[in-house]
Structures are given as C-alpha cells and as structure tokens.
Design a protein around this ligand. Structure first.
Ligand code: NAD
Ligand code: MG
Length: 394
C-alpha cells in the first residue's frame, strides 16, 4: 500500500485526489487529511478514509472535530496549527504528499514534505513561485521527487525526457509552451473590466476550481504564476517559455524540440488526469476520466495572449527578469489583491496595478534564506494592503 498525506483535502484538488484514490482501494491508504475551516467536509472525509491524523487549522474547530470523531473513527488523532500540518506532511508512513493548500499558507508544510524527502505531488504553485530557488535547493538536498499537478506542468513533465537534466537545451528542447484557456473574460472588452464581479470572475468556462485560482485564471495571473513555476521546475529561462491561448483546454501544454518535433499532452479538462498520472508515475492507472473523443472536437484554436487587457502575464515575465525577491513580492501582492477583490474591496482592473506598485517599491534585494523570504512576503502584504487602502473606494 502507498501511504498518502493530503494537505488541503477539502478543496477542489483535494476532493479530486480522493476521488482517484477511491478508485484504487488496494493501492492507496490515506494517512493524513488536512483542512482550514471546513469541519463538516473534513469529518465526512475522515469517516470515509479513516486517516491516522486529521488537521484543522483552527484550534477550537479541531477540538470539536476530535469530540465528533471519538465515537466514529477513534483511530484518527486530530491535530491543529502549523505543527499539525508539519506532522501530516512528514508522517513516516506517508510515501506521497499531495500539496494542495492554496496560497502562501502551503509553503511551510510543502517545504517540510520536501525536506523529509517525500514524493511531493505539487498543486500549490504559490509555494514554488514565492520560494523558487530555496524550494529547488531543498529538493536537490533531499532528492525529493516533485510530480507537478498543475495540468500544464504535468503535461510538460510527460513530454520531456527523463530524468529532466539541468538545462533544457542540452536535451534538444527549444521551448516549452503553456496553454491557457483565456478564462471567462477572453472576449470581454477592456472598457467593461471596471464592472467585473467576483461571481463573474469565478465562473470559469472550462475548470471547476477554488476561488483564488479562478480569479487568477480570469486575470491571467494564473498563467503568470505558471510561467514562474515552469521557470523553477524545469530550469527554463523566460525566453524558453511561451504562453498561448487555447480556449478548448484539450492540449494542456507542448514541448518543441530543436529538430522541429512538438510533443503535446491532450486530455479532457479534468484534474483527475494529472492527479492520477502523478499518483501512479511511472506507471499508469485509471482516473475516472472519459477518453478524448477526437472526432467530436470540431476544432482546436490557438491565439497569442493579449498582454494589454491582461497585464498580469507581463508582470510575471518581468518578475523572472528582475529575479531576487520579485517573484515573492508578486505572489504576496497578488494574494492580497485577489482577497480584496473577492471581498468587493478592490476592482478587478486594479489587481495588476497593486502588483505593479509593490514590485516597483519592494524589488531591491535577494532572498538568501527562509527568514528573508518570510520578511519579504510580510512587507509585500503590508504594502499591498496600504496601497489598496489609499485607492479610491470601489
Ligand atoms: P481550494 O480553495 O478549493 O482548496 C484549498 C484547500 O486548502 C482547502 O482544503 C482549504 O481548507 C485549504 N486551506 C486554505 N487556506 C488554508 C490555510 N491558511 N491553512 C491550511 N489550509 C488551508 O483550492 P484548489 O482549487 O483546490 O487549489 C489548491 C492549490 O492547487 C492552489 O495552489 C491552486 O493554484 C492549485 N491548483 C488548483 C487547480 C484546480 O483545478 N483546482 C489546478 C491547478 C493548480
Ligand atoms: Mg494550470
């Protein structure tokens, strides 16, 4: 049996992972499940998967959960806070750790899993974006295996030769191409961006996802974060990473080789495919996803992204070029701006303005250790919050 710890079990990726795991009950055993606040969902999951530990971030909620599980699942120990997350991420019986907490909150447990040398199924792109070099140095040291869950990076992983050596060029790779659906505002005129609501931004045409990544997809910052993610994960320079809009979300990404060959991974837009791939790698097993019906796909379209209506993408490329603490600042500013937008305290069109202001003010140093990283993250959050407070109210 393969032991799995699931960080962020109650979210979209967490639930899809449990769906795949439950299709292979003889192969996987759930060791730990974690959630932020959703006590009802976590209790249901514990009753079904009977993990050794369950973690709820909120300590009052954790006590309540412990009471509830005493009768139904006495073998589950309920933990809380950062120590609880670390225990889930490093549990000796966990062979694989699904890192599916959203945002910077996922960094510490994901790094703990990496340091413990786990096989890490990485959905939490923000941890890699904010910690870039430190994260990859930790991977080098522990020799942890990182299996990308983001559908684009999972596609690229499938199309690259293995092992992935330093320097794509030495493996005959000319460029990697990340596809983007374009999100709900692909054809929306710039003049109407001021009235965009959180409901409209979260209504993604192709993917069912958590709120934060849905807003990122709408602003194209999700693709920006993915460009930075690819930069670190595959040691690709910014000019080796291209983005194209592909509204059908069937081709998940492509690798172009120097001989003119282009390898792509295609599947229906369902996160259970990359999740099943990463769980089973280097083997394959079912994901519960319908096979592609090629004749039914009337056409696949590809167009260049519009950097004018979606400036977040250019900001991400700029952060790679600036290097140092820029990706950390960009990630923190984006998280703060998206949270304000979701609370209707910031217009959608102001999200890139907040990020740009933070990058202009704060990108002047390197990140040498975890303390630097956390300090930069906090400074950027403070500056972004102050900047938003000084903007005209929505
Ligand atoms: P979600 O909002 O649906 O779920 C987030 C999970 O993290 C929940 O279980 C929540 O309880 C937990 N969580 C949130 N804040 C926390 C905190 N402060 N401390 C501890 N736990 C916390 O998000 P999601 O859509 O499942 O995305 C998860 C991650 O995967 C994100 O980084 C996202 O970018 C990435 N991702 C998601 C998809 C997708 O299809 N949903 C695709 C690619 C990558
Ligand atoms: Mg993606």
């Amino acid at each position: 049996m393969i032991g799995i710890s699931l960080l962020g079990a109650t979210g979209s990726i967490g639930r899809n992972t449990l769906d795949v795991i439950s299709q292979h009950p003889d192969r996987y055993q759930v060791i730990a499940l974690t959630a932020h606040k959703d006590i009802v969902k976590l209790r249901e999951q514990c009753e079904r998967y009977r993990p050794q530990i369950a973690v709820l971030a909120d300590s009052a909620g954790a006590q309540q959960l412990a009471q509830q599980l005493k009768k139904t699942v006495p073998e589950t120990t309920v933990l809380t806070g950062a120590d609880g997350l670390r225990a889930a991420a490093t549990h000796p019986e966990a062979d694989q750790v699904m890192a599916a907490i959203v945002g910077a909150a996922g960094l510490a447990p994901t790094l703990a899993a990496v340091t413990a040398g786990k096989r890490v199924l990485l959905a939490n792109k923000e941890s890699l974006v904010m910690a870039g070099d430190l994260f990859m140095q930790a991977v080098q040291r522990s020799q942890a295996n990182i299996l990308p869950i983001d559908s684009e990076h999972n596609a690229i992983f499938q199309c690259l030769p293995h092992p992935i050596a330093a320097g794509l060029a030495s493996q005959g790779v000319r460029k990697i191409t990340l596809t983007a659906s374009g999100g709900p505002f692909l054809h929306r005129p710039a003049g109407t961006f001021a009235s965009i609501t959180p409901e409209e931004a979260c209504a993604h045409p192709k993917w069912q996802m958590g709120e934060k990544i849905s807003v990122d997809s709408a602003s194209l910052m999700n693709k920006g974060l993915e460009v930075i993610e690819a930069h670190y994960l595959f040691q690709a320079s910014a000019d080796q990473i291209e983005v194209i809009i592909h509204p059908q979300s069937i081709v998940h990404s492509l690798v172009t080789y120097t001989d003119g060959s282009v390898l792509a991974q295609l599947s229906n837009p369902d996160m259970r495919t990359p999740i099943a791939h990463a769980l089973a790698w280097p083997e394959r097993h079912t994901a519960g996803v319908a096979p592609l019906d090629l004749p039914a796909l009337s056409r696949l379209e590809f167009t260049a992204p519009d950097h004018t209506r979606f400036p977040c993408l250019s900001l991400a490329y700029a952060a790679i070029a600036t290097a140092g603490n820029a990706p950390t600042v960009l990630n923190a500013a984006n998280e703060v701006a998206v949270a304000h937008f979701l609370r209707r305290q910031l217009p959608f069109a102001a999200i890139p303005q907040v990020i740009e202001a933070c990058l202009a003010k704060l990108t002047d140093s390197t990140i040498d250790n975890l303390d630097d990283l956390l300090e930069t993250d906090q400074c950027a959050r403070q500056y972004a919050t102050q900047h938003i407070a000084h903007l005209t109210p929505v």
